[in-house]
Ligand binder design. Structure first.
Ligand code: NAD
Length: 446
């Protein structure tokens, strides 16, 4: 049977697994459908003049999934995989992520279907500007606030800010986008925030004893797929905490040394050659092989659908910490659960980026400049609290499983037996429960 890898279908499956565990089932009255469907989908056609004079037509999307808890928030990516369903899924995960770390945002996401690796800086600038102009007032400091994601960075955020500001002169437009450079309203620690959040979640998960078999990050072997903003910083941060980084990879392949990589050499090679491949001479990996390397902790930090029905049976890690969004499919989740491999889900593990984006947004609204230690302390607090909420929820759901199963059977007599909740299901249940509670308090308008 071929696996359904459509990201929006994956998001739906995760939602459907979690909703039976959200309290007060009778109160749903159709709300589940409302909470799952995206609020707004904008698709735009972008004619962009390339450096050789050719006019290429790109497609761009911005989806606001849900604004019950606050304005839309979510990154913009430049990648050939971008389409409406991918952006819808990513926006949905943003809603749950913001609710889980308890920041007053809803979920949104955007992207342009393009291969950023084949574009010049000027072409990327023209795409970014045209995209933001086309979106117009679909984004705004109090409606929908973009940020960086795959193949976009602080420079892209400057173009976004500048384009928006040209269309809104005389206003404070800084809070319209986060992930900006320090010289333009950026906050210290934003570029490392996602990786630091991944680290705080993993560290605390181990600290509170949720990971039998691993007592500390010190000495743990870690493999990381993806060597961009999330993966590269994660490698350094985990190494600094005493972990041994045994493998890293990017889109072209990876490097592996069971005794630990020399990260300075890997980083220098990446900067020079544009890939980590070849940094060590030997020890090369194909992009897929990294997921099967012998290690205690695996950090997927690239993109969706990497751990699938095909390879989940060969993962050797005991703990997977999802820096990427959607790297594990629902079937892979089942296989990993059967093998007792724990997964710290994306909506928890990679939330550090949006948490610090929230701090940047506050800073910009108040025309303030935060200190890096403030950012780091508050980020650690948010990540630890959310990690505890997920662990506690999972314990409670497992304890009440028989009752949840009975109630679910009564409600949907044909439904298969409710699977035992994973950490992803627990995290989603917390997030959906909070969003539902806010929606109920606000009521259905009019
Ligand atoms: P990035 O563009 O900085 O880096 C992406 C990395 O993934 C690159 O090293 C690229 O070579 C690699 N890659 C791409 N396809 C690959 C493949 N098939 N196999 C192996 N490596 C591959 O992007 P990023 O910002 O680090 O984002 C990575 C993931 O983290 C995405 O899923 C993104 O949604 C998620 N994320 C990012 C942030 C953030 O703040 N940047 C926040 C939360 C989640």
């Amino acid at each position: 049977m071929t696996e359904d890898l459509n990201p929006h279908h994956v998001a739906r499956r995760q939602f459907d697994l979690a909703t039976p565990f959200v309290g007060d089932l009778d109160g749903w009255r159709g709300m589940a459908e409302w909470l799952f469907q995206p609020e707004k989908i904008v698709s735009v056609t972008l004619p962009v003049e390339m450096d050789d004079g050719y006019v290429h037509t790109f497609l761009g999307y911005r989806v606001v999934h849900n604004t019950v808890r606050g304005p839309g928030k979510g990154g913009i990516r430049f990648h050939p995989s971008v389409d409406e369903d991918e952006v819808k899924a990513l926006a949905t995960w943003m809603t749950w992520k913001c609710a889980l770390v308890d920041i007053p945002f809803g979920g949104a996401k955007g992207g342009v279907n393009c291969d950023a690796t084949a574009l010049s800086e000027n072409e990327k600038r023209r795409i970014a500007r045209r995209f933001i102009a086309a979106l117009g007032d679909n984004i705004g400091p109090h409606t929908d606030i973009p940020a960086p994601d795959m193949y976009t960075d602080a420079q892209t955020m400057v173009w976004i800010y500048d384009t928006y500001h040209m269309m809104h002169p005389g206003e404070n437009s800084l809070p319209v986008v986060t992930g900006k450079p320090l010289d333009l309203g950026g906050i210290p620690g934003r570029s490392t925030a996602t990786a630091r959040g991944v680290f705080f979640a993993a560290e605390h998960f181990i600290e509170i004893g949720a990971m039998p078999g691993i007592s500390s990050l010190d000495g743990a072997r870690v493999a990381i797929q993806g060597y961009g903003n999330a993966g590269r910083h994660a490698a350094r941060i985990f190494r600094d905490a005493g972990a041994t980084i045994v493998a890293v990879s990017d889109s072209r392949g990876g490097v592996h040394d069971p005794n630990g990589l020399d990260l300075t050499r890997v980083a220098a090679h990446k900067d020079e050659a544009g890939t980590v491949v070849g940094a060590l001479g030997d020890g090369k990996l194909t992009p897929g092989e990294i997921l099967e390397v012998e290690c205690e902790i695996l950090i997927p930090a690239a993109m969706e659908n990497q751990i699938t029905a095909d390879n989940a049976g060969r993962v050797q890690a005991q703990l997977i910490v999802e820096a990427a969004n959607g790297p594990t499919t629902p079937t892979a989740d089942e296989i990993l659960a059967e093998r007792d491999i724990k997964v710290l889900p994306d909506i928890l593990a990679n939330a550090g980026g949006v948490v610090v984006s929230y701090f940047e947004w506050i800073q910009n609204l108040q025309n303030e400049q935060w200190e890096e230690h403030q950012v780091d302390e508050l980020l650690a607090k948010k990540m630890r609290r959310a990690t505890e909420a997920v662990v506690t929820e999972r314990v409670a759901l497992c304890e009440g499983l028989d009752e949840y199963r009975t109630r679910w059977q009564e409600r949907v007599p044909d439904a298969p037996t409710l699977p035992a909740p994973t950490f992803r299901t627990a995290a989603t249940a917390v997030a959906v429960g909070r969003t539902k509670a806010t929606a109920e308090a606000r009521g259905v308008w009019p």
